[in-house]
Design a protein around this ligand. Structure first.
Ligand SMILES: [Mn+2]
Length: 343
């Protein structure tokens, strides 16, 4: 039975989990690539119980759902830039999303953005930088997403966000009409990749020549996920003072465990590694924004979709402090009258 010391210990544990305020925004955007369905992910994730899963992590979680991003396009800039498909859509959605992310952060909440394809991260990272200038970015992905319109073989914008965000790449772009609000102020020194295993040749050249911090699957294999996350954070946030942004592409997870995604790649992170990565980042206490992108509920069987959505929710929950060890009971719930059964 719990004695008074036991109750005191429980109170200490309870108080140790600090108040966490989360702001959720859905981005039903899929025009950064060519496959239909990824825009339905916010609805499917909410229908699968995302918001309740967050509320149940611990009793000091407060969740506000800001709804979905809407936007209207400027037809004058369609086809304005070569080899950038549906450019005018990305521009309009990104502008609205960046504002929303800034607002959520200024409300004192951690921003959880549910994509949508990965092109939306141009906006989430920009909105984060607007609110908190000193940002470190972890890009968890099978792909490097650092093509420009000149190096991309597809013209898909979801392969370009890192190149749009970083100042070292800014000289490689033509003038981008409608994007004047977005300043590529982030240094590539503040970006680290984890999970890479499908990197285009120009992307590899950039990563090598610019010395970009990148833990591909070889490094995950060699050092283990725990070391990789710690080393990545040391590289991009050596003073342990930056506001951390995690842009998590579900295709970083092996396609056996997260099959419903547009560009699946085998040999990826296990769900366990994805969860552990987020647990490490949670423990920094400096996580401000998460993107969870590229879940496509139109790909695969219902079982495939269920697997992928539940993997995504597990990863998000870990980022907000879900404990695989279990949490002790709240003091109010203690069975004072009824001792716990020994069986
Ligand atoms: Mn990606």
């Amino acid at each position: 039975m719990f004695n008074r010391v036991g109750v005191r210990l429980i109170n200490q544990v309870r108080n140790a989990s600090s108040k966490t305020e989360i702001g959720v925004v859905g981005v039903p955007f899929e025009k950064g690539q060519r496959k239909v369905g990824v825009g339905n992910a916010p609805k499917v994730m909410r229908d699968a119980g995302l918001i309740n899963s967050l509320k149940q992590i611990h009793d000091k979680i407060d969740v506000k759902d800001y709804g979905d991003i809407t936007y209207s396009i400027d037809h004058d800039i369609s086809n304005a830039v070569p080899n950038m498909i549906m450019y005018e859509h990305m521009v309009a959605c990104a502008k609205a999303l960046s504002k929303q992310v800034t607002e959520i952060l200024n409300d004192g909440r951690i921003c959880l953005t549910i994509g949508g394809d990965h092109s939306i991260a141009v906006a989430t990272v920009d909105g984060h930088i607007q609110a908190k200038s000193n940002v470190a970015l972890l890009w968890i992905d099978a792909h490097a997403d650092i093509n420009t319109n000149l190096t991309s073989t597809s013209g898909n914008l979801h392969g370009m966000p890192v190149a749009l965000l970083t100042k070292e790449l800014s000289d490689y772009w033509p003038y981008l009409p409608g994007m004047d609000w977005q300043k590529p102020v982030m240094s590539i020194r503040n970006v680290a990749y984890i999970g890479l295993r499908s990197v285009d040749s120009f992307e590899r050249l950039l990563i090598d020549n610019m010395g970009i911090t990148a833990f591909g699957m070889e490094e995950v294999e060699k050092f283990g996920i725990d070391q990789c996350v710690h080393m990545a954070l040391e590289k991009i946030d050596p003073t342990h003072s930056k506001s951390i942004h995690v842009s998590f592409d579900i295709d970083s997870i092996d396609s056996l465990e997260a099959p419903s995604t547009g560009t699946p790649v085998r040999g990826g992170l296990t769900l366990r590694e994805g969860i552990h990565l987020m647990e490490v980042i949670h423990k920094t206490g400096r996580l401000s924004a998460i993107d969870l992108v590229e879940v496509n509920p139109s790909i695969g069987t219902k079982h495939n979709v269920d697997l992928t959505v539940s993997a995504a929710i597990h990863i998000i929950a870990a980022a907000f402090g879900y404990s695989r060890k279990g949490l002790r009971p709240k003091v109010d719930d203690l069975p004072i009258q009824t001792p716990p059964s020994s069986t």
